[in-house]
Design a protein around this ligand. Sequence first.
Ligand code: ACO
Length: 432
Amino acid sequence: MANLQLSKNACQLLLDGETYEMPVYVGSENEKAVDITQLRAKTGYITLDSGYANTGSCVSSITYIDGEKGILRYRGIPIEQLAQKSTFVETAYLIIYGELPNREQLKRFSNLLTQHEMIHETLKHHFEGFPPTAHPMAILSAMINAMGCFQPDPMGTGDQFDDTVARLLSKVRTIAAFSYKKSIGQPFIYPNPDFSYCANLLHMMFSVPYREFGPDPDVVAAMNLILILHADHEQNCSTSTVRMVGSSQANLFASVASGVCALWGPRHGGANQAVISMLEEIIKSKMDVQEYIRRVKDSKNEIKLMGFGHRVYKSYDPRATILRQTCEKLLAKLGIKDPALDVAKGLETAALSDEYFISRHLYPNVDFYSGIIMRAIGIPLNMFTVMFAIGRMPGWIANWREVNDDPKGRIYRPRQIYTGPTIRDYVSVEQR
Ligand code: ACO
C-alpha cells in the first residue's frame, strides 16, 4: 500500500500475563495505527469501540483531516484553495482520479457528463410510483439503485469506469431536480447541454416551460462552492456505508444508493435541514438565543444545537468558516435580510463563549451555515440533504473504487460482544 510505512516501534500488549507484539503503521501525514488484525487469532480477544470512534477501518489516499487543527485536504490540496479556485467538476475529477485534470482531461470529463445528463425515459416513469409527499432523499436513493438496472456495466469495471462514473455523477443531478419537480407537481425540465454542472442543476429545478431560469452567476458560484465543500470527508457514516456495501462487491449504484440513506439522518447530512428548522423555531417563538443554549445544556431536554459538534473536528470546521463568509456575502449581494442568519450568528457567539461547548470542543460544522445559503438560493428545505448527496457523490465513488481496486480487500465484517441470554430451551406456545 503506497505511503503506508511499517514503524520500527511495535506495540506491546500485556494480556493475561502474556506479552503480544502488534505492528504499528504510519501514514503519509504521520498518523499512527496499531494493526490488530491478528489480535483475536493470537489472544482470543477482540477490540470494543462503539461508534468506531477509534477504529481505522481502512487505508485511504483520498482525503486528509486533522480535526484538532481544522485541516481538510482532498488528495493533498487544502479545501480553502479548492473553494477559492476550483469548480465542482474539476474537484470531482481530482477526488475520483487522484490528480487535477489537465485541460484535455477536463474537457473530456465535462463532455462525458453532458453526454450522460438525460435519464432513460423508462426510468422517468418510476417517479410516478411515488406519492407527492415522498421525501426526495427516499426518491433519490431508490432511483439511483434503479438506475443501475439501466447501465451496461453497473460495476464500472476496467475501461467502463469513466463512463459509469460520468453517468452516475451527471444523472444524479437530473434525478434530484426531477424529484423536486415531482414534489411540487410541475413538469420535468430537461437538462440544457450548454449549461455548466451547477447552472444546469438550478435550471432543471427552477425553470418552467416557456420560462427559463437564468441564475445569477453569484448563485451558481455559491452552489458550486457548496458542492465542493461536501465532495468528500473521509470515513463518515455515509462513506463508510458505501465502502461496507461495496466490500461485498455490490455494484457502484447499489453501494451509493445505500450511502444516500445513511446520509439522510439528522446526525449526519440531515443536519442542514434540522438547523433551519431549529432557527425557525427560535424565531417563531421569539426565544432569546441564551435561553435556547440553556435548554440545549439541560440534559433533561435531550436537544442538541444542530450544526454544532463533530466526531473528528475538535476545532472550527474549515468548511463552516468558508460558508459563513459566503453566506454573509451572498445575502448582501442578493439583498436578502434573513433573520435566520442573525439568530445563527447569535447562537454561535453564545455557544463559543459557553463553558459547556468550550469544554466539549463543540464548534459549528458544515451544516450550520449551508442551509441559510441554500434557502437564499431558493432551494426548499426538504432538498437540502439532496444537495449534500450530489456534492458527496465524488467521495462515495472514489471510496467505492478504493475498496474494489484493493487486491487484498476483504468483506467488511465487524465483530460484537454478545449480551443476550445464554443457551435455553425452546418452550411451546401452549406452555408460555
Ligand atoms: N449540542 C449540544 N451538545 C452536544 C452537541 C450539540 N450539537 N454535540 C455533542 N454534544 C455533547 C454530547 O451531548 C456529549 O456530551 P456529554 O459528554 O455530556 O455526554 C459531548 O458533547 C460529546 O458528544 P458525542 O455525542 O459523544 O459526539 P459524537 O462524536 O458521538 O457525535 C455528532 C457527533 C453526531 C455530530 C454530534 O455532535 C451531534 O449530534 N451534533 C448535532 C447534529 C449535527 O450537526 N450533525 C452534523 C455533523 S457534520 C456532518 O455529518 C455533515
